[in-house]
Design a protein around this ligand. Sequence first.
Ligand SMILES: C[S@@+](CC[C@H](N)C(=O)[O-])C[C@H]1O[C@@H](n2cnc3c(N)ncnc32)[C@H](O)[C@@H]1O
Length: 201
Amino acid sequence: MDEIKKVNELYFDKTTENILKELEKTRCEFWNLDRQSANFLNTLIKINNSKNVLEIGTSNGYSGIWILKALAETKGKLTTIEFWEKRQSCARKNFELCAPDVKVEPKIGSAIVVLEDILDEINKGKREKFDFVFIDANKKEYISYFNLIDKMLVKNGIILADNILSHYEKVQDYVNTLFENENYQSQILDLGAGMMLSRRN
Ligand SMILES: C[S@@+](CC[C@H](N)C(=O)[O-])C[C@H]1O[C@@H](n2cnc3c(N)ncnc32)[C@H](O)[C@@H]1O
């Protein structure tokens, strides 16, 4: 397992690896993904050839860097939401250093309000639907995020939600709703803090 981790530590260019390593030192303060979960997120985007990714919960950009590295290959774009300006501006700097050529649209604001605005733009034909959504913000709001995301996800689109096992009580309604929804095929993965992977049929 240590050998496998060593391979993952040397995954990207030196600048990116150094920034990821620095961010990993303050992981608990900024509630970042663990490296294995981030690697899974990156791989999944590439497997699905996702090009229009939405992230809810930017923080300082740790998971965003992994998303952008995948989008560099699929030639896609990231839209990422955070209500804490300081964190979002830190994330922007990290994105610029690690993936300067990949399109990012950082959105500052409360996730539900921003999602409502995005949905409005989609309904008016000003913006395309997403093919991949990563949920990692307020656990109690996961179900509200889903009710909006459901209207902005393409057929065969993916939703990956973090902290499903670590915060099970808070996300229980999200989990039940997804499992009961016949439009989605879902699975909980015992990876990191527990992730729920859902694919829209
Ligand atoms: C778990 S952290 C995200 C970590 C990030 N995905 C990573 O792995 O690097 C959750 C982030 O969501 C933000 N957040 C929480 N509730 C939010 C809300 N309702 N609207 C916007 N951002 C929110 C927090 O400020 C925090 O930075």
